[in-house]
Design a protein. Structure first.
Length: 532
């Protein structure tokens, strides 16, 4: 089948839309037909390999119902060590790539085989994201061959690096820096080099994490003092871009530059869980609304994507078979690891409910009834605004990143992050975890501020916002008399020192920053230690 680039060269834009975006026109019944047909194809593929027979059991399921009744739910730990050892002789299909996550504490990388079919689907779904991010109405998009893209992602064999390889097979982007060169740079060098190249050549598209967009915008707002002047910046095209940007900023009543003054980007495609929190800042800095997708290395690739209206996300029907563990079942299974939770299918989910996501790979993948470890929320059963008749989802939290306080409240990363943002504090970064003070559970927030503020003032600002955002949080104080928040102000440059230390230790990109939720003791110890 022709790629988007081939169709574009022939002027067949309507066929590009149909191929990459046509799934949003499916009815729920059509979506389920695709799901069930591809599941039965996958079961047949699995039944012919050693790993598949171990997972499916002695009797191969002949219906979807039988499959769900007889095959147990799995996690990565349920798979033979041969997968981690990249043994290809036991797999249903020979992988094109082995991609990995950032690693698990003390256990190293979590390797996932990716078949040629899955790699192609990864590229197709990534291009869908960029098409939606570049359009303002159904069927219209403005991507052109040769559009420049900032390579602001983790290198291959991380999933994000694999997705760029996949999208490169579908469309012709000019990566800044060039993709093969970028993959040999560390992250900061890659962004700096790409930024300098974009000053000369322009910047059309972005595909990466929201925090990079915010960081670049913040540096502009603070005076772009992080950028060294070089002879390359004296290039006529660069000087023209800066002069034009200065004029735009003055016309807008500002005495500082923003990225939108220098570039008119066509699309901002993002894939991180913090996009919703930073959307207004990104729009202010870049002049365009970011569109996000949801995925995971375990998939591998993307599972769902926002439409151009930046509301809920729509699942792709042909990436993986979807099952949903209701929140109450998820909680019960966490309390009792021997309990086997019930699952629902996509046509059984309800609006407003939280579910743990379970997937079975299509296209010769290996994971069967696999618990990714993510909780999602179904926000509506359709998107009437842009005419999508399928349930809409948003990311809720990592299953293990919830902070449960006295069984009264379960706080997510998004809850805490939103409270910090709405408190109006100028901060560098933060991490939070559940601790016990005087034998009572508290949310302990460790935060590095950009200026000196009284700790009690910080605590009260965040505490009041949490009470508004998450009503059960306030009940801890009102009903149980528990002061649920403890705040520790970190020394200046705590996160920068941690970042530099992890770089010296050779940590990969995803491990250079502490997690926002439930950081280990040794991480907290490094952050709270004063500079030597």
């Amino acid at each position: 089948m022709a790629t988007a680039l081939e169709l574009l060269r022939e002027g067949r834009r309507d066929e590009i839309w149909k191929k990459y975006c046509g799934f949003i026109d499916l009815s729920l019944e059509e979506f389920m037909e695709i799901q069930k047909r591809l599941l039965m194809e996958q079961i047949d593929i699995l039944s012919k390999c050693e790993l598949g027979r171990r997972l499916l059991g002695d009797k191969v399921s002949t219906t979807v119902e039988e499959f769900r009744e007889t095959v147990p739910l799995t996690t990565y730990d349920d798979y033979p060590p041969w997968v981690a050892e990249k043994r290809e002789d036991i797999l249903p299909r020979k992988p094109l790539w082995w991609i990995h996550t950032s690693g698990r504490s003390g256990l190293g990388f979590k390797w996932v085989p990716c078949t040629p079919e899955a790699a192609k689907k990864m590229g197709e779904c990534s291009l869908t994201l960029l098409i939606f991010a570049s359009c303002s109405k159904r069927g219209e998009f403005v991507l052109e061959a040769g559009d420049s893209m900032l390579a602001a992602i983790a290198p291959f064999p991380y999933a994000s690096g694999a997705m760029l390889r996949g999208v490169q097979e579908e469309f012709e982007f000019s990566f800044l820096p060039p993709l093969e060169q970028a993959m040999n740079m560390d992250f900061q060098e890659r962004i700096q080099q790409g930024f300098l190249m974009a000053l000369k050549s322009g910047l059309d598209t972005f595909n990466g994490v929201s925090s990079v967009l915010v960081k670049i915008g913040d540096q502009f707002k603070e005076g772009a003092g992080q950028m060294r002047i070089s002879t390359g910046m004296l290039h006529p095209q660069v000087l023209f871009r800066f002069i034009r940007g200065l004029i735009r900023s003055r016309l807008d009543g500002r005495r500082y530059l923003l990225p939108k003054d220098l570039w008119n980007v066509k699309c901002l495609g993002t894939g991180s869980t913090d996009t919703a929190l930073f959307r207004s800042q990104i729009e202010e800095h870049w002049g365009r609304t970011p569109i996000e997708a949801y995925g995971a290395t375990d998939v591998p690739g993307l599972l769902s994507v926002q439409g151009w209206n930046a509301k809920g996300m729509t699942f792709f029907p042909d990436v993986a078979f979807l099952e949903f563990i209701p929140e109450e079942e998820h909680v019960r299974s966490k309390e009792d690891p021997t309990y086997r939770p019930d699952t629902l299918l996509f046509d059984e989910v309800k609006a407003g409910q939280v579910y743990e996501l379970v997937i079975t790979h299509f296209m010769g993948g290996v994971f069967v009834r696999y618990r990714i470890g993510d909780l999602i929320r179904i926000v509506s059963l359709k998107d009437e605004e842009i005419g999508i008749a399928l349930p809409q989802m948003v990311f809720h939290s990592r299953a293990d990143d919830i902070i449960d306080l006295a069984a009264f409240t379960r706080l997510t990363e998004k809850d805490i992050w939103q409270a910090i943002e709405e408190a109006g504090l100028a901060y560098v970064d933060w991490t939070a975890r559940k601790e016990y003070l005087a034998q009572k559970p508290v949310l302990h927030l460790y935060i590095e501020l950009k200026s000196e503020i009284d700790k009690e003032e910080v605590k009260q600002a965040i505490h009041s916002r949490l009470r508004e955002i998450h009503k059960p949080y306030g009940e801890l104080e009102d009903m149980l008399g528990i002061d649920p928040l403890e705040v520790s102000l970190l020394p200046p440059d705590s996160f920068a020192r941690y970042f530099q230390e992890r770089q010296r230790e050779g940590a990969d990109l995803a491990q250079l920053k502490p997690p926002h939720m439930n950081a280990r003791d040794e991480i907290i110890a490094k952050l709270v230690s004063p500079p030597s």
